[in-house]
Design a protein around this ligand. Structure first.
Ligand code: KIV
Length: 266
């Protein structure tokens, strides 16, 4: 059992203490990040881009995810391990259940699915069977081809209304956590206040219950050289990687990250 659980995350939200999450793909970084106090290690399908060198997350398979979840799990010192269900791994309810079970058996404590209110049935069925679910709303990289690029979501009032309704519907279906990616700061804050479960943001401003960054981004490492507006390079001013991860945890906890310039306006 990890030290961080769905209930300890819930009580951080209730106390108003910010939650820290980082992506993580291997045992050594899992050891360092969980030792630094990162509460949630996200084995993200971003590994398709930062580890495998693809230009999207679409090529990542359940077997890839299970391999990295198992690696992270071996180095983890008490964080909650959250594993992404990769592209099309939730194409049907049966596949969702089987693929989630594979990731839980590999060492995950919760699975993350990208989508919207249409996920409600999967969320209910997974939760009923003992698998907590984090729902990823806003910019969902697995649907990049439908969205026409990696764009901020929820800027139009109708989109914003839909996202608020989706978050509430998914919480009612049993979601244990919500992750908002590239959503205007004000909308992210409204959604955070509208639900009881923890809301974690990336490019969603400072009003969420916690923050997540891709590990390589916050260490200043990039293949493309492009840096998203919501990223801060925590290596700046730090002697080594463990210190940079400590600095990230401290900055999220003391509310100095994200700053105003890391967020988006409607
Ligand atoms: O796959 C991932 O790393 C993610 C984060 C960008 C939140 O989903």
């Amino acid at each position: 059992m990890p030290v961080t659980t769905v209930t300890s995350l819930q009580s951080l939200k209730q106390k108003g203490e910010k939650i820290t999450m980082l992506t993580c793909y291997d045992a050594t970084f899992a050891h360092v990040a969980s030792g630094a106090g990162v509460e949630v290690l996200l084995v993200g399908d971003s590994l398709g881009m930062v580890l495998q060198g693809h230009d999207s997350t679409l090529p990542v398979t359940v077997a890839d995810m299970a391999y990295h979840v198992a690696s992270v799990s071996r180095g983890n010192q008490g964080a909650l391990v959250l594993a992404d269900l990769p592209f099309m791994a939730n194409a049907s309810i049966e596949q969702t259940l089987l693929n989630s079970a594979t990731l839980m058996r590999a060492g995950a404590h919760m699975v993350k699915v990208e989508g919207a209110a249409w996920l409600a049935d999967s969320v209910r069925q997974l939760t009923d069977r003992g698998i907590p679910v984090c729902v990823h709303l806003g910019l969902t990289p697995q649907t990049v081809n439908v969205m026409g690029g990696y764009k901020v979501q929820g800027r139009l009032e109708a989109q914003a209304r839909q996202m608020r309704a989706d978050a509430i519907a998914l919480e009612q279906a049993g979601a244990a956590m919500i992750l908002l990616e590239c959503v205007p700061t004000e909308l992210a804050q409204e959604i955070t206040q509208a639900v009881q479960v923890p809301v974690i943001g990336i490019g969603a401003g400072s009003g969420t219950d916690g923050q997540v960054l891709v590990l390589h981004d916050m260490l200043g490492l990039s293949i493309s050289g492009r840096v998203a507006r919501f990223v801060r390079n925590f290596m700046v001013g730090q002697p080594d990687i463990p210190s940079a991860i400590n600095a990230y945890v401290a900055a999220v906890k003391d509310l100095s990250f994200p700053a105003l310039e890391h967020g988006f306006q409607a």
